[in-house]
Ligand binder design. Sequence first.
Ligand code: ADP
Ligand code: MG
Length: 265
Amino acid sequence: MNNKDDTIIEVKSVKKIYRMGKERISAIDDVSFTIKRGEFCCLYGVSGSGKSTLLNLMAGIEKLTSGQIIIKGKNIHKMGEKGLAKFRQDNLGFVFQSYNLMNAMTAMENVELPLVFKRIPGKKRKKMAKDMLVKVGLGPRLRHKPKEMSGGQQQRVGIARAFVSNPEIVFADEPTGNLDSKTSKEVMDLIKEMAKTNHQTIVMVTHDRRLADYADKIIHIFDGKVEDIELKQHDPSETESEILLREEQTTEHDESVIVDQPVTA
Ligand code: ADP
Ligand code: MG
C-alpha cells in the first residue's frame, strides 16, 4: 500500500537560509517528507514558522539553499527557468490568500488567463472558463470584475483559475485567510470536493487547526522544522511512524507468530 509509485512530491533534506546583511535566518532547516498522489496535505504551524517559505520552495517560486524537491520524478530546482515555467504551467495550480486577481479583468478573463498562456484557442478557452465558473457557483457573475464581488466570490474566481487547466497539484497559501468563518468553510469544501473529484493533490498552508482538519495529512511545522506528521484517515493522534510500525506489526501477525506465543490462561 505504501508503494513508492504513489509518491508525487518528495521533499529531501531541504534548507533555506535568508541572508539579511550579516544576519542569517534559517527559515527551513533540514525538512524531509513525501506527499502521495491525490492526497490533501496541509503545512500547519504558527505564523513565522516557515510554511510559506516551504510552499514557495515546493512550487519552485523560491530558490533552495540545499536539498532536493522532486515532483513527478523531476528535480525541479535543477530545471532551467523556461523548463520550470513550462512544468508549472502543465502541472501546478495556485490559490493565494489575497486572491491575486487582475482587477481590470472580468471573472471570465481571469479564469481564461492560464489557458491563454497554454495557447488554448479562444472558443475552447471560453467554454472551459465558463464551465469552471459555473462549477464554483459563479454562473451569474461571469462579467463581474473583482471589485464588484465579495471576498468569497473573488476567492471562488481564484479557485476556478487554479483548477481550470486541471493541474495535478494545487498549492494554496492560507486560501481563506481573508474570509469570515462561514465563507471559509464553503471555500474549503469547494477546494476539497474539486480535488477529490479529479484526484488532484493539494498542498495547503494554514495556521488554523480547524482548516488543517480538512487534510488527509497534516505536517506540523515549527521553527523551520517538521515537528510531527499526522495522518487523518487513521486515528488523528497517530504519527506517520506509528502507523508504519502498526502496519508492519499487523502484516507480521500470521499464524506461526500467534502459535509461538506463550499461552497465558
Ligand atoms: P509563515 O508562512 O509560517 O508565517 P514564513 O515562511 O513567511 O512563515 O517565514 C519564515 C521565516 O523566514 C520568518 O522568520 C520570516 O521572517 C523569514 N523570512 C521569510 N521570507 C523572508 C525573506 N524574503 N527575507 C528574509 N527573511 C524571510
Ligand atoms: Mg505565510
